[in-house]
Design a protein around this ligand. Structure first.
Ligand SMILES: [Zn+2]
Length: 101
C-alpha cells in the first residue's frame, strides 16, 4: 500500500491538523496509540497500522480513518485520564451511567 510521500507543506498541514501524527523515516505513526499500545492491545478494534506496522499509506483518508477509529478514541481516553485524573474519570462514569439507563 505504499504511495508517494507528499510534499513537505502537505505533511506540515497534516501534522498541524492531527496533533498525534508523527512522521519518522518516511512513515507515519500515532503518538498516542503508540504510548498506550499495551492497554489497547486487548481492544477488539486493535490495529497496529499507526503503531508498529508503520503506515506509509500517504492518504489523508487513511489518517482521518485512524483519527475517528474506536481504538484511537480509547487511546485519547487514556491520555485524558492521565492528564485530568479524577475529573475525567467522573465525567466518564457519568457518560457510562447515561448509556446504561
Ligand atoms: Zn491513534
Amino acid at each position: 500500500m505504499a504511495s508517494k510521500v507528499p510534499k513537505a507543506c502537505t505533511l506540515k498541514k497534516w501534522s498541524a491538523e492531527f496533533k498525534w501524527l508523527e512522521i519518522r523515516n518516511n512513515h507515519m505513526y500515532c503518538r498516542i496509540c503508540t504510548k498506550w499500545e499495551k492497554k489497547l492491545a486487548s481492544c477488539r478494534n486493535y490495529s497496529n497500522v499507526f503503531i508498529t506496522n508503520d503506515s506509509n499509506n500517504w492518504q489523508r483518508n487513511a489518517i482521518n480513518e485512524h483519527n475517528i477509529s474506536a481504538m484511537h478514541s480509547d487511546a485519547n481516553d487514556h491520555e485524558n485520564q492521565e492528564t485530568f485524573g479524577d475529573y475525567f474519570e467522573n465525567k466518564w462514569s457519568l457518560k457510562y451511567r447515561m448509556t446504561i439507563l
